[in-house]
Ligand binder design. Structure first.
Ligand code: NOJ
Length: 467
């Protein structure tokens, strides 16, 4: 195990910062959508904007070598004209400086879902103009922080973001619109390539990648029908991000299918040239669960996600008409309260598949599990379930490294309890508990102390087992 392995944890701007209207920040599409629909929001989130020093000190004391966080576009750029907000820029300089002072490597995500509302008003990611504005925003970030930050990623989970916002409709802008889903996907992947191009042109001394919500695809059996469904599901879940960003070519069988039904004429030859020539240096994989697939049988497409928790087995349902169906009730599987299967083998297998196919370095940029936990009533949450989950997943990574994969870092999701989008604050992922009712008091959980030992021994205390 390399001594340079980056052990860390991760957050995202909207989910932890709070201070939604402080320091010159303008609204993001989440602020407007959540306020308008009277939903639980991230106005104060975990109050990281005010507590970042304490949080980074706890990372250091917790053995962390790296911190993955995102830059908030609406905090940095005030308007469509691209006016910079100096206070916002200063805030991220402070975070980065604090990390460096504490020996913690900043691992920066440029976009973790908080699009400024002024761009949403123009049509958001379905517009080429927004794709170009993103690249301008990235340029400001490179120019400001490029001397200090060595690890950059363009997007966090473009697939999850686009599908939730444009196809499933449970995230803003809340649409069920296939043509817009394809458009937004395309412009995000084009923005990724254009940003990689810019990064290289500016000669930033560092590496740039993309973070993907990785769902390794498994089939219910070995039949040909299942294999065909698996290929379609792999395109849907993984290939259109990973092939496009790493090989420089989207899955053509998928594009051919879509092209028969939808107008894709906005995808220009010069766009594909940019995509082909500007591929990423590494991949960040966020791993929570595999996707278990069976062939499509009948009926319309269904996209239903369990945002309620409470062991609502059966709530989640994904059917993509003519393509595949996803299985959420395998009798041999274990699920958490939100219908997420607990399947560490999938992480080992997923890393091996990705490494054999793409041959570039991998960081596990998110991994973790959620529980309902009573933080207010105790000094420290004894989250043995999380320790068990993390141990089994880190074991999977260690095994993949032994099997030859180049995995260079691991980030627990999340550093502290935070705002879990439509799942609100009840869905807790943190190594550090946050008492949201009592001054955002930080209370390290048992997993925080356990993970400290993992970081400090470079993984030696992980209980090992074979799959
Ligand atoms: C992935 C996302 O990047 C993050 O924002 C989210 O909260 C976690 N998964 C947990 O669902």
């Amino acid at each position: 195990m390399s001594e340079n392995f980056l052990w860390g944890s991760a957050t995202a701007s909207y989910q932890c910062e709070g201070a939604w209207d402080e320091g010159g920040r303008v609204p993001s599409l989440w602020d407007i959508y959540l306020h308008k629909n009277n939903l639980e929001h991230g106005d104060n989130a975990s109050n990281h904007y005010h507590c970042y020093k304490e949080d980074i000190r706890m990372m250091k004391e917790g053995g962390h070598k790296s911190y993955r966080f995102s830059l908030s576009w609406p905090r940095i750029i005030k308007n469509k004209e691209g006016e910079i907000n100096p206070e916002g820029v200063k805030f991220y300089h402070n975070i980065i400086d604090e990390c460096l002072k504490n020996g913690i490597e900043p691992f920066v995500t440029i976009f973790h879902w908080d699009l400024p509302q002024y761009w949403e008003d123009e049509g958001g990611w379905t517009k080429r103009e927004v794709c170009d504005a993103y690249v301008d925003f990235a340029k400001v970030c490179f120019q400001e922080f490029g001397q200090k930050v060595k690890y950059w990623t363009t997007f966090n989970e473009p697939r999850y973001y686009v599908f939730s916002g444009y196809l499933i409709g449970n995230y803003p802008p809340g649409l069920n619109d296939i043509p817009k889903t394809i458009e937004a996907s395309f412009y995000m992947m084009l923005a990724n390539a254009k940003t990689v191009q810019l990064f290289k042109r500016l000669g930033i001394n560092g590496k740039i990648g993309i973070v993907h919500s990785y769902s390794p695809v498994y089939g219910v059996d070995n039949s040909l029908e299942t294999k065909i469904a698996m290929r379609k599901a792999d395109n849907y879940f993984n290939n259109w991000i990973l092939d496009t960003a790493i090989i420089g070519e989207p899955p053509m069988d998928m594009l051919a299918t879509l092209n028969k039904k939808y107008d894709l004429s906005y995808m220009k030859e010069e766009d594909f040239n940019i995509i082909r020539e500007n591929t990423v240096d590494f991949i960040g994989l966020n791993y929570y669960a595999r996707a278990l697939i069976k062939p499509y049988t009948s009926g319309e497409s269904i996209f239903r996600i369990n945002n309620e928790g409470k062991k609502a087995k059966g709530t989640s349902k994904v059917v993509v008409k003519g393509w595949f169906e996803q299985v959420f009730d395998n009798p041999n599987s274990q699920y958490n309260e939100w219908d997420m299967e607990i399947f560490p083998e999938g992480l080992h297998e997923g890393i091996m598949r990705a490494y054999k196919k793409y041959r570039i370095p991998i960081y596990i940029t998110e991994n973790g599990t959620a529980f309902y936990e009573d933080v207010a009533g105790v000094d420290s949450v004894n989250d043995q379930g999380r320790i068990h989950f993390l141990n089994s997943h880190i074991n999977a990574i260690l095994q993949a490294i032994e099997d030859g994969a180049e995995v260079l870092g691991y980030y627990v999701w999340s550093t502290m309890d935070l705002y879990s989008w439509k799942n609100g604050y009840e869905k807790r992922y943190g190594l550090i508990g946050v008492d949201f009712e009592n001054n955002y008091e930080r209370k390290p959980k048992a997993s925080y102390y356990w993970y400290k030992k993992v970081c400090e021994t470079n993984g030696d205390i992980i209980e090992r087992s074979n799959f």
